[in-house]
Structure formats: structure tokens, C-alpha cells
Design a protein around this ligand. Structure first.
Ligand SMILES: [Zn+2]
Length: 191
């Protein structure tokens, strides 16, 4: 997990201590990156345990989890098989998000096969774009209401970044890379 985060950082996806990452262990305990850590030097020790409401618990209760931890909790609740969630601030999803709000529609790209259930590039992929609301309760409601559109295991937050998840770390990484790549293709193509 740390290696995946370092690689994302090296690609410019987590500037200035931003972004957050989580996983669920074999006891279904959620671990999330704590707030304010530079992702170029992140270590395994920088993950802390949180409750299903996104509050730090146990020996970590005095440490502050990422402010967006509640989004991770909601996704684990909505999709119980999920084990890994990655949140990136890659530049192309940020740039394209306002142009395509409230949903990013793509068709005809080979890499769409990187999304779950996509056997062919001819299928249209629809990725929801949410407005960048800091009210986490409101955001939770929005996610629940648009659950049907989350079947590609990812979404975009306008002028902010993306979330992607999977049952394995490599699946989560694949969904994130697929969305980042498709955002880049569409952005450069629509100039
Ligand atoms: Zn963020």
C-alpha cells in the first residue's frame, strides 16, 4: 500500500500532504492515513484505526484522521466487499471535472475495460461527478442517492480529485489509473 501511495505521489497525484488512503483488515477494522502526512515519506505507521463514523479509535484516538475519512466509511458500508480505497488529486480529473459535471461519460476507449464489468470499449461508461461539498453528511446522502452510478468503483469530485476502490489493492489501483487515464484522454482531446 505504501509503495502504491509513493508511486501516485511521484506522478503528482498528492501534492502538499493532500489525499488519503485506507484499507480494511481481516477483522473488518478500517485503517486510514492520518491527516497532514507528506505522501513522499508516508510509512505503514501513518495509518490509524477509525470507527464506522470516521473517528480515530483505540491507541490512535488522540491522532487526527484525514478530514475525508467519513467518505471511506460510507463506501465500505455501501460496498461491503471493498478492502482498499484510494483518493487521488491527479491533475486531469481536476481539470476536466467542471466541464463534465454532473457526470463524466466516455465511450470508445480501449482502457474502459479497466473498469469492472466492461468487456468492450463500445459500452458507455458513466462516472458521477459530485460537487466539492465539505459537509460530509450532505456528501454521504449524495453518494447513497447515486449509488447506481458507482458501479465502476470510482467517482470524481469537482475541482478536487477522484476516489477509486476495489476488493484488492491492485483492483483499486486499476480503477484509479483507468479513470485518471480516461480523464487525460478526454481533456487533451477536447482542447
Ligand atoms: Zn481530497
Amino acid at each position: 500500500m505504501v509503495m502504491v501511495i509513493n508511486n501516485l505521489h511521484n506522478k503528482g497525484c498528492s501534492p502538499a500532504t493532500s489525499t488519503n488512503y485506507s484499507f480494511k483488515d481481516n477483522d473488518n477494522q478500517i485503517w486510514v492515513t492520518r491527516s497532514g502526512i507528506d505522501k513522499s515519506i508516508i510509512r505503514v505507521d501513518d495509518f490509524i484505526t477509525i470507527s464506522s463514523e470516521g473517528k480515530s479509535i483505540g491507541e490512535y484516538k488522540d491522532l487526527r484522521p484525514s478530514a475525508e475519512s467519513i467518505i471511506h466509511c460510507v463506501l465500505y458500508e455501501m460496498f461491503p466487499e471493498t478492502k482498499f480505497i484510494l483518493h487521488s488529486h491527479g491533475i486531469f480529473p481536476v481539470l476536466i471535472s467542471s466541464r463534465v459535471y454532473p457526470e463524466f461519460r466516455i465511450q470508445g476507449y480501449e482502457l474502459q475495460k479497466g473498469f469492472p464489468h466492461h468487456q468492450t470499449h463500445q459500452t458507455e461508461s458513466i462516472i458521477p461527478v459530485f460537487c466539492n461539498n465539505q459537509d460530509m453528511e450532505y456528501f454521504k446522502k449524495e453518494l447513497m442517492e447515486r449509488k447506481r452510478q458507482l458501479n465502476n468503483n470510482c467517482f470524481i469530485i469537482e475541482k478536487h480529485g477522484i476516489y477509486a476502490w476495489g476488493n484488492t489493492l491492485l483492483d483499486a489501483k486499476k480503477h484509479l489509473e483507468t479513470l485518471e487515464y480516461l480523464c487525460q484522454c478526454e481533456f487533451l482531446n477536447s482542447k
